[in-house]
Design a protein around this ligand. Structure first.
Ligand code: AMP
Length: 382
């Protein structure tokens, strides 16, 4: 086993499980700090692999390859949480895994995650485990309708979830689970959705980014802006909630807490992600330290960077849909010199696939949002 030193200095090699855009931007930040980066995923020529020093391509279940990867690095972190527990355990034989595999285990399954949060007194909407149609009927009657039925595994961007409006819809809704375990959640009549991205080091240092306000379209994040429009009391509460969760999970690295702000002014945790997050992409151009550099610092045991927001800022996602009528008009979007383009090196532009994003700053949040939305519109204008 390699020595589990607490500080991993520049010049060392960082290992990342997962190879998407989060891994790509992590790699760029790590290399700027003088680290080498090895990526592990089942694919080749990936967004992260394109910019990494080395790309391991094998199934997450191929534990010989996983061990070879872990042996080649000084620390392992994640950009993707749906990695089997055996994979992180095999890595841990050779290098520290940050956050620890147990954090992954808790957060990669909705039911486990919500049960953990509830048992520790963190606020979540009411929920029930669903194994049969009868369970769903009982849950709908106890928690009232509408509600949301989700699969417990591998859900992101609203995949594997549907709203249940009436008792008549139950058989059809249950059928969509396709035999897998489900979770039924009371519907939250939220005013807005926000996220807190926070870092914690092995020594217990904690640092949160400014609060992000998120607007979804078809269950996929569409626009994020910061600072979120929230009372000071709620903003403090959100950060303290995040601090409590990172401490309860003993996170070393980054964790994102997605929150609902209800119409009667309460916070409810929707979901946790033990990593950087789409809502934090504006930190690349608007915070003194971006979320990816902060992940590097946290997992390496370096002092955390300042998360100060330099000015109001916004981000819009660029989905594959924008390629519908050909290559988007990059020059037109960049006509505004304050708009920043980030593309992830993906060849195939499928509907709903995250291909890149635009960041922009402004004197006000409204101006920043207007700036990035207009730039995105110019991408497809004749
Ligand atoms: P998730 O995949 O659980 O993050 O859900 C994706 C989106 O669906 C969330 O960002 C919300 O907009 C919506 N959603 C999820 N759960 C609920 C709920 N219990 N009540 C209302 N909306 C929800």
């Amino acid at each position: 086993m390699s020595s589990h030193r607490s500080v991993i200095l520049p010049g060392s090699t960082l290992g990342v499980l997962g190879s998407g855009q989060l891994g790509r931007m992590f790699t760029i930040a790590a290399r700027r700090l003088g680290y080498r980066v090895h990526i592990f995923s089942p694919d080749l020529d990936t967004p992260a692999g394109q910019v990494a020093d080395r790309e391991f391509s094998a199934a997450y279940e191929d534990l010989d390859q996983v061990r070879a990867f872990a042996q080649s690095v000084d620390v392992v972190t994640f950009e993707f949480e749906n990695v089997p527990s055996e994979t992180s355990r095999a890595c841990a034989e050779w290098a520290p895994v940050r956050p620890d595999g147990s954090v992954l285990h808790t957060t990669q399954q909705r039911l486990r995650e919500k049960t953990f949060l509830q048992s520790r007194g963190f606020p979540v909407t009411s929920f029930r485990r669903i194994l049969s149609e009868h369970d769903l009927f009982a849950a709908a009657q106890e928690l009232n309708l509408p509600g949301i039925l989700k699969t417990t595994h591998f859900g992101y961007d609203g995949k594997g979830q549907r709203r249940v409006r009436s008792l008549e819809e139950i058989p059809e809704a249950f059928a969509t689970l396709n035999g897998s375990e489900g979770i039924f959640e009371a519907y939250v009549d939220f005013e807005k959705e926000i996220s807190v991205i926070a870092a914690r080091t092995a020594a217990g240092a904690f640092q949160a980014f400014p609060l992000f306000e998120n607007v979804h379209s078809n269950h996929i994040l569409d626009v994020t802006f910061a600072p979120a429009c929230l009372s000071e009391t709620l903003a403090t509460e959100a950060v303290e909630l995040a601090r409590g969760i990172l401490e309860a999970l003993e996170v070393v690295g980054l964790l994102t807490v997605e929150l609902f702000v209800t119409r009667d002014g309460r916070l409810l945790v929707n979901e946790l992600a033990p990593r950087t997050h789409n809502s934090g992409h504006l930190t690349l151009d608007a915070c003194e330290t971006c979320q990816f550099e902060q992940q590097v610092r946290a997992v390496c045991g370096l002092p955390l960077g300042s998360t100060r927001l330099v000015s109001p800022a916004a981000m819009v996602n660029l989905l594959g849909d924008l390629w519908d009528k050909g290559v988007p008009k990059w020059v037109a979007a960049l006509d505004d010199p304050q708009v920043k383009l980030h593309l992830y090196g993906k060849d195939e532009a499928r509907i709903g696939r995250k291909m890149g994003h635009l960041n922009g700053r402004g004197d006000t949040v409204e101006q920043a949002v207007h700036r990035v939305r207009s730039a995105r519109e110019r991408l497809t204008q004749d």
